[in-house]
Ligand binder design. Structure first.
Ligand SMILES: Cc1ncc(COP(=O)(O)O)c(C=O)c1O
Length: 439
């Protein structure tokens, strides 16, 4: 259980001098992984396991924060990348794989009539908003969930430094399942809302008719419905949550799992709206980068041929059921619950009078990491998570839940922390989308 983290710490010390936040993605940085216990730097991965720069191994449940749906080092995807690499990466003209992948996406994503690409999720959520604003001639937006780092969205959060104040007047938010909340914003801003953008689902299930009603109200207001399927895409079903719930938006954004870890995202939707991209400006150097396109085609093929969606639902359900049993067995149901759907289940820590959710999560993470589980608070399973990996994880959870109960009930949980308490990146985002601390 005692792990050597020497190299991780050395790199981290250098990063403190050279890299603001010491990370490129806050969810991977020191505010989300307990200092002194979690490794700062990984070196590689295979299947559902990763190893850090000091050679310690872990079972991963975040899988690159969502993308690695087939597992690290998937042979088919890696071979597709290598084959394309022989021909090249980025070119002076468009690459034919842009077209081949577009044909596939139109085939499998219900709302897709046309396709554009991006690299990050934020590229395509921002493109979707631009399209909606251009099409409707309106500036205001309503959001529900998390949609990336761009100003149009982050203006709605408390982490709004560096954003012109005027942006704050253009974005409103509503809580998931709060149809009255949405109706009230639409009513107060009649004729001014260009789009409602939302994560179709996170941890909380949509109430009966909620998604249908959102679509109806949005259209009645003359606005565009955009689904942000960054997490649900290629997980809830091959066609995302829109296919799973059979509620089809006007535009949708996908990314993460579409290329098993290669940087690729896509905006898809109705032709009438997508043609707006011929008027707005959405253009950048790496949009047609060929390795990611090749990886995506191979990823989708693998998802289809290996019934990956069925597999992750099956294993995810097993995970939820067994974690629930462990929560009961260890008598921690007053402090801990598991929620969500099999493709992404979330461990929810419940505020006690004495401890905050983040204090409890920090303790739980600390003890899991020491035992080889890279615990971030949710499980995104992959094709590479086998029963034996899940069993190993559950044995660790069993032990950690015992320690956790003891720490909470004996009142010395904070004394047992070996590093600073984790902090929430956005205080209100999880709350808005699902009533949970999300990332
Ligand atoms: C639902 C959702 N939308 C958008 C984004 C932003 O994607 P990216 O970080 O690739 O820009 C994320 C990232 O976590 C996400 O979960």
């Amino acid at each position: 259980m005692k792990r050597n983290l020497t190299k991780s710490k050395e790199y981290f010390d250098i990063a403190k001098r050279l890299i603001p936040c010491q990370t490129q993605c806050l969810s991977k940085g020191p505010t989300q992984w307990i200092n002194n216990v979690a490794p700062h730097y990984l070196k590689g991965g295979k299947g559902c396991r990763v190893w850090d720069v000091d050679g310690n191994e872990y079972i991963d449940y975040a899988m690159g924060l969502g993308p690695v749906v087939l597992g690290y080092g998937n042979e088919s995807v890696d071979n597709a990348i290598k084959k394309q690499l022989e021909d090249g990466i980025s070119f002076t003209l468009c690459h034919y794989l842009e077209v081949e992948l577009a044909e596939k996406l139109v085939d499998i994503l219900p709302c897709a009539e046309m396709v554009r690409y991006g690299k990050n999720g934020s590229d395509v959520t921002s493109a979707a908003i631009k399209v909606a604003r251009s099409y409707t001639g309106r500036d205001k937006i309503i959001a529900c969930g998390y949609h990336g780092w761009q100003d149009w969205y982050v203006a709605s959060t408390e982490r709004d430094r560096g954003i012109p104040k005027v942006m704050k007047d253009l974005v409103f938010t509503f809580r998931y399942n709060d149809i009255e909340g949405l109706a009230s914003i639409l009513d107060k801003n009649k004729g001014e809302i260009s789009a409602v953008i939302m994560e179709p689902v996170t941890a909380i299930k949509p109430e009966k008719g909620f998604l249908e009603e959102v679509k109806k109200l949005t259209h009645e207001a003359g606005a565009i419905l955009i689904y942000d399927e960054m997490f649900t895409g290629f997980r809830w079903s091959l066609g995302g949550a829109q296919e799973y719930f059979n509620v089809i938006p006007d535009l949708a954004c996908f990314g993460k799992a579409m290329a098993n870890g290669m940087p690729l995202s896509t905006l898809v939707g109705k032709e009438e709206l997508m043609r707006e991209l011929e008027k707005v400006f959405y253009s950048f150097t790496f949009g047609g980068e060929a390795l990611s396109l090749a990886a995506s085609i191979a990823t989708i093929k693998e998802i289809e041929e290996k019934n990956v969606i069925e597999y992750i639902w099956d294993k995810g359900q097993m995970m939820i059921d067994d974690v629930k049993k462990l929560i009961e067995k260890n008598g921690v149901s007053s402090y801990l619950d598991i929620m969500g759907y099999p493709p992404k289940s979330i461990m929810v820590f419940k505020e006690t009078g004495e401890y905050t959710t983040m204090e409890m999560k920090t303790f739980f993470q600390q003890e899991c990491i020491k035992r080889g589980i890279l615990f971030i608070g949710y499980h995104t399973l992959s094709l590479a998570h086998r029963d034996s990996d899940i069993k190993e994880t559950l044995a660790v959870y069993d032990e950690v839940m015992g320690l956790f109960k003891n720490a909470v009930e004996s009142g010395d949980l904070k004394d047992r922390l070996e590093g600073p308490v984790l902090t929430q990146i956005f205080k209100n985002v999880g709350d808005r989308s699902a009533g949970l601390a999300k990332r």
